[in-house]
Write a protein that binds this ligand. Structure first.
Ligand code: SAM
Ligand code: SF4
Length: 334
């Protein structure tokens, strides 16, 4: 490897999240509107371009790759991409290949993913109630996701659940979800909902439930031990002494993780976002398509990393966040 990627604040950039599609088989109310217009196919990076892009980042020191979307497993041919990424795990350049999925396609793909070297996956699931699941995802079927989780575990992958904390929606499932995960030896991470003001879903199920409150409720039943472990991202972890599980709390709007931020995000059209909370991005598709040589792409990546901001400047008021976050999670991949 030549010079690895180090940003102006001396943070090594070792983690790339890649959105491989903006499409999804669900329409979660906090993420998408019911009638989404998706990007024309030609705007998307092809599977070959995704490979070249990821391989270039790996050549520059990225050691962890998380594939996301939209729903990554609905991208046609995506297993070819995963199979090809395996060569970087085999060479030792890539330490971890993982994905975040809604779980709907796991029964179909779990074995193949495990064969590609995927050892851990994140599955997003906010409720264990059929009716509530149908309400929050609009198009999803709970049984299919639960079966997908079983398939992933049968394939030998570790599963972590991600749940968006929604007041008046899954507050009453705090313990049910914890117990479901404990019974399956799964960790559980709660995500504070980011208000997406332009979805037209206001007053639906996107009510803010502060994680401080969730944590307090958890502590009424379990003994919580803070863990020093940090992922370089906006998550903090505790261990529940009674179950041995790790519980994570992701508060994307707080600043307290910026100093150790090791990640950047690539959209399915090849835009690189250097910070989840800022609009600045670099178009990497143009240099990728302009030349068969990877040199211009490498230069564009280095130039982008040199612009990575120290931290984001979310205003804590919901109003300001609404105005600021004009792009959806399905675009940058959360
Ligand atoms: N479709 C996959 C899934 O749902 O896991 C991957 C993409 S999804 C955009 C990634 C994560 O973002 C999911 O865990 C989802 O719950 C979360 N997410 C989407 N919109 C959100 C919002 N407004 N606030 C907080 N988390 C959100
Ligand atoms: Fe699809 Fe994931 Fe967004 Fe739900 S959160 S609509 S599953 S991309």
């Amino acid at each position: 490897m030549t010079n690895p990627l180090i940003d102006p604040f001396a943070r090594p950039i070792s983690y790339l999240r890649v959105s491989v599609t903006d499409r999804c088989d669900f329409r979660c109310v906090y993420c998408m509107s019911e009638n989404m217009t998706f990007l024309p196919k030609k705007e998307l990076l092809t599977l070959e371009e995704l490979d070249r892009m990821c391989s270039t980042f790996i050549g520059l020191g990225v050691e962890k790759l998380r594939i996301t979307g939209g729903e990554p497993l609905v991208r046609k041919g995506i297993m070819t991409f995963f199979r090809n990424m395996r060569r970087h795990l085999d060479s030792g350049a890539l330490k971890e290949l993982t994905l975040t999925t809604n779980g709907s396609q796991l029964r179909k793909f779990a074995d193949a993913l495990a064969e590609c070297g995927v050892r851990r996956i994140n599955v997003s699931l906010d409720t264990l109630d059929d009716k509530k699941f149908a309400d929050v995802t609009r198009w999803g079927k709970l049984a299919q996701v639960l079966d997908g989780i079983d398939a992933a575990q049968e394939a030998g992958m570790r599963v972590k659940l991600n749940a968006v904390a929604l007041k008046g929606f899954n507050e009453d499932e705090l313990f049910t979800l914890t117990e479901y995960c404990a019974a399956r030896d799964m960790d559980l991470t709660w995500i504070e909902v980011m208000p997406m003001g332009d979805l037209g879903n206001e007053d639906r199920l996107d009510q803010y439930w502060p994680l401080s409150d969730l944590r307090r409720q958890l502590a009424e039943r379990y003994t919580l031990t803070d863990l020093a472990e940090r992922s370089g991202g906006p998550a903090r972890y505790v261990r529940l002494e009674e179950t041995g599980q790790k519980i994570g709390f992701i508060t994307p709007l707080t600043h307290n993780f910026c100093e150790s931020c090791n990640r950047v995000r690539l959209t399915c059209t090849g835009e690189l976002y250097m910070c989840l909370g800022q609009e600045d991005m670099a178009d990497l598709r143009a240099p990728l398509r302009a030349s068969d040589s990877d040199a211009p792409l490498q230069e564009a990546i280095r130039a982008a990393i040199a612009r990575k901001p120290k931290g984001h400047d979310f205003d804590y008021s919901r109003q300001a966040v609404d105005g600021q976050m004009t792009r959806h999670m399905s675009h940058t991949g959360g």
